[in-house]
Design a protein. Structure first.
Length: 439
């Protein structure tokens, strides 16, 4: 890990991408699904798990809680949570926000949970009030004290629960309440549930363990609590955000880039915008799309992020990179995390022209970007910088790529295999005069 912390990514721009690039399993489905293994004392075998540091963190936390965790091959994990503790301390969960989704399974299975309160992060404040409202709605006693959340679910029972907030539904909030409800007596109805494919995947995994859930994929989830859940063997869905990042890479630099192992059905909003911009795109099958850089200039498009099936916030930064080299003015509006523009100052260093006005980025497309040392700040911002590096003139150095390793499975290897000139090297090998951190 220390080695990865100190790595940088070096990209020589201007090399066309061609061939086939495969998509890994979805991080944001795998994380709650790993947490859901705590709901049973039997073994769960999870397949198509991406190779990410966030997954390793989650595995470590489950082990600490008492589960037996084994990675049987690079994409398969076997987890048995026979005897587990209800307490997840700060030094463990602080590494990863997604550990918040341990609350639901612990409270569901053990009828009590004690978890360190997650912090904010660079994409803005990340409140969990709706999660807590959901738990209270299930009749749990909820207490926040000294940085910890205490849940007492001894008298919990199914109820109607409304989970909509000012930015719409909540993805991990829905997952959390759902995971508690599957082992809570009575009927729970979650209204304004998140409809993200990752929530659907979690529902399917829970059903394969014996949970009773109706309305899967809709904003109304009806759950009938059961006494016990069994083990399962479950294959995690493809990562639609990784897939979307590669589709945009193809639109920027593709000679004929085929993205495979994706689910076309999950890419509707992005495909629509790429077509509107004039990106040549062919759907080969349910799981494969070929995309190329247009020989004509693309058209600017306006993008507004929304909960699924709207345009995903997790692909906003990458789309902004595409628009920053598309002639004309594009307006990108972020409705989920209104401060999620950390990629912008770094793209400016590469010659982009983007102004931020509240939750809007006004992107004036430039004829070219130029390579520069830039700093990764969060996962998707990092991906946006890699995309910029692929088309920039000269060399781009992306520092702090541990953000990238949290959520992109071997992105450098995958891009190199389709023609990108990208490599990972220790930060100490980067020329000192280029490194803003070697002051
Ligand atoms: C999930 O975060 C994803 N993380 C995020 O992925 C993603 O950006 C986000 O959903 C939106 O799609 C995981 O799945 C692990 P939310 P989550 O609760 O669940 C507000 C990535 O790069 N809100 O759906 O935390 C919240 O502030 C990441 O992979 C409340 O107000 O997001 C936001 O404005 C980053 N109170 C909106 O709701 C709450 O209690 C949606 O957030 C909860 C959320």
């Amino acid at each position: 890990l220390l080695r990865q912390l100190m790595d940088v990514m070096r990209i020589e721009g201007g090399n066309p991408l061609s061939g086939t690039i495969p998509v890994s399993g979805a991080k944001n489905a795998a994380l709650p699904i790993f947490a859901a293994t705590l709901l049973s004392e039997e073994t769960c075998v999870l397949k198509n798990v991406p190779n990410l540091s966030d997954i390793r963190f989650m595995a470590e936390i489950l082990e600490h809680l008492g589960a037996e965790v084994e990675q049987t091959d690079p994409t398969t994990w076997k987890i048995t949570a026979r005897n587990i503790s209800h307490r997840a301390p700060y030094d463990l969960v602080r590494k990863m926000r997604a550990s918040v989704c341990l609350m639901g399974p612990l409270a569901g299975r053990l009828k009590k949970a004690e978890i360190s309160m997650p912090g904010g992060c660079v994409i803005g404040p990340r409140p969990i009030d709706m999660h807590l409202k959901g738990f209270a709605g299930l009749g749990m006693k909820v207490k926040v004290d000294k940085g910890y959340i205490f849940l007492d679910a001894e008298h919990a029972c199914g109820n109607p629960i409304f989970l909509g907030g000012r930015h719409g539904s909540t993805v991990t909030g829905t997952a959390n309440v759902l995971m508690a409800a599957v082992l809570t007596p009575g009927k729970t109805v979650i209204e304004c549930a998140a409809c993200e494919p990752e929530v659907v995947d979690l529902c399917k995994m829970l059903v394969s363990m014996g949970a009773q859930i109706e309305g899967i994929g809709s904003p109304t989830l009806a759950i009938r609590g059961v006494d016990k859940l069994g083990g399962c063997t479950y294959t995690i869905l493809p990562d639609r955000i990784e897939a979307g990042t590669f589709l945009i890479a193809g639109a920027m630099a593709g000679e004929k880039l085929t993205v495979t192992n994706l689910r076309v059905a999950d890419q509707g909003a992005l495909i629509d915008k790429l077509k509107e911009a004039g990106v040549p795109l062919t759907i080969n099958s349910e799981s494969s799309i070929t995309v190329s850089k247009s020989s004509e200039p693309l058209k600017p498009v306006d993008v507004v992020t929304h909960p699924h099936p709207g345009f995903p916030t997790d692909i906003q930064a990458q789309m902004s990179t595409l628009m920053s080299v598309t002639p004309g003015i594009s307006i990108v509006t972020e409705k989920i995390f209104p401060n999620r523009f950390m990629h912008v100052p770094e793209l400016l260093r590469m010659g982009a022209d983007i102004a931020i006005e509240g939750p809007n980025a006004i992107v004036k497309g430039q004829p070219k970007l130029s390579g520069a040392p830039v700093m990764a700040s969060d996962l998707r911002a990092s991906a946006a910088l890699i995309l910029a590096g692929l088309v920039a003139e000269g060399t781009t150095w992306v520092l702090r790529i541990y953000h990238l390793d949290r959520g992109y499975d071997k992105i450098d290897e995958k891009l190199r295999a389709v023609g990108a000139v990208i490599d990972r090297l220790p930060e100490k090998d980067m020329p000192k005069d280029l490194n803003p951190e070697s002051a």
